[in-house]
Ligand binder design. Structure first.
Ligand SMILES: Cc1cc2nc3c(=O)[nH]c(=O)nc-3n(C[C@H](O)[C@H](O)[C@H](O)COP(=O)(O)OP(=O)(O)OC[C@H]3O[C@@H](n4cnc5c(N)ncnc54)[C@H](O)[C@@H]3O)c2cc1C
Ligand code: SF4
Length: 332
């Protein structure tokens, strides 16, 4: 591993200043992704700015009736938080579907959102990769791409975003709070990650020096039920081949609110607006769920070896919607 300096700033302002003063520095959350990439030589920062002990480790109610999740809240603590389990079960389930207990004990909210793709070419510095080395090529497109994108990819990159948590946050209309050299701003989670286009080296819309300080959840829609379903190669400790986060209200057999997001299919959590349009106001029937799943995946452009992900996502969607509807019917 390349030698690096280490700093533990006492405030958000100091962390941002240190990052601005040292181009190429990286913020360190739990280190469960960044340190691995440093060992592989994929990341070579000259300075690590440890933000994991900044006072951003609380989950607090907002005046609007939602929740503010500090950027350094650990994944395990967030999954177990009573307000999350009660009001946003989809988020708790998504977190528990990711990684392992030990990893979740270290991983932070900010770091989980900004973890890098698991494309194997990206992690292997002996191979070309446009994301790691712009202009060097994308061997995954013709090579090993079974796990990679079916939606929103480009000739330059077919990587997927690996976070389960981010998929639930996308379905929940969460907003990311960011502090940077120019001050504070907010970004919807659905607008945080970029599609690869011609510049896959940029994962997100964040500018150099910008620190995630928290994530804000709006209050859940009245009577909403939510669910996260994930298909993977092993029962645990594996990234999603496909996943779906669903938030639904059903009254008198008709769907009211519907939000759906996919994981494992694209370079970012994929909000399935076309599926939501089919669902809203429609009868909660198997036919509606099948039509919604088809609409949500209509834009899919599978590669040679990953068409099965579209079928997986379609079945996950129909299953999740059916389960939520059955629960709504039996709710008191
Ligand atoms: C074997 C294994 C299996 C896994 N399986 C899954 C899985 O199934 N699902 C899943 O979702 N995840 C999985 N993970 C990934 C794990 O969830 C992430 O490594 C973790 O969430 C990253 O959080 P961290 O705090 O450790 O981030 P770090 O490694 O500290 O940082 C990751 C990135 O975020 C940046 N960063 C950190 N905090 C901030 C901040 N506040 N503001 C701005 N930038 C910041 C860092 O600079 C770095 O670029 C797995 C990991 C491993 C090793
Ligand atoms: S898919 Fe993206 S990350 Fe993977 S090799 Fe191609 S450019 Fe690199």
């Amino acid at each position: 591993m390349k030698p690096f300096a280490y700093l533990r700033p006492g405030s958000v302002a100091d962390a941002v200043r240190a990052s601005t003063d040292h181009p190429g520095a990286r913020f360190l959350g739990g280190g469960t992704n960044l340190v691995d990439l440093m060992k592989l030589g994929v990341e070579t920062p000259g300075l690590l700015i440890d933000v994991s002990r900044l006072p951003l480790d609380r989950v607090t109610p907002t005046p609007q009736g939602g929740l503010l999740i500090g950027a350094t809240v650990r994944n395990s603590d967030l999954a177990a938080h009573p307000a999350v389990r009660g009001g946003y079960p989809v988020l708790s389930q998504a977190l528990l579907a990711g990684a392992s207990g030990q990893l979740r004990n270290s991983a932070t909210t900010g770091g989980n959102l900004l973890q890098r793709t698991r494309c194997t070419y990206f992690q292997d510095t002996s191979k070309p990769c446009n994301k790691r080395l712009p202009g060097s090529g994308c061997p995954a497109r013709e090579g090993v791409h079974r796990d990679l994108a079916v939606l929103g990819h480009s000739p330059a990159c077919v990587a997927t975003h690996p976070s389960d948590m981010a998929v639930a946050l996308a379905a929940l209309d969460a907003t990311v709070r960011v502090h940077g050299p120019e001050g504070e701003r907010t970004v919807p989670v659905t607008g945080l990650h970029r599609l690869p286009g011609d510049s896959p080296e940029r994962d997100t819309v964040l500018e150099p020096g910008e620190l995630i300080t928290g994530v804000e959840l709006p209050p859940p829609p009245d009577g909403a039920l939510s669910l996260y379903r994930k298909a993977r190669d092993r029962a645990s400790y594996a990234f999603a081949l496909a996943s779906v986060a669903a938030v639904l209200t059903v009254r008198d057999g008709r769907i009211g609110h519907a939000s759906l997001a996919y994981g494992g299919l694209a370079h970012r959590p994929w909000r399935a607006h076309a599926a939501e349009d089919v669902l809203r106001g429609a009868p909660a029937t198997e036919d509606t769920f099948a039509r919604a799943a088809d609409a949500g995946l209509a834009a899919a452009e599978p590669l040679r070896d990953n068409g099965f992900k579209v079928t997986l996502a379609r079945n996950l969607t129909a299953g999740a919607l059916a389960e939520l509807t059955a629960r709504a019917a039996s709710a008191p």
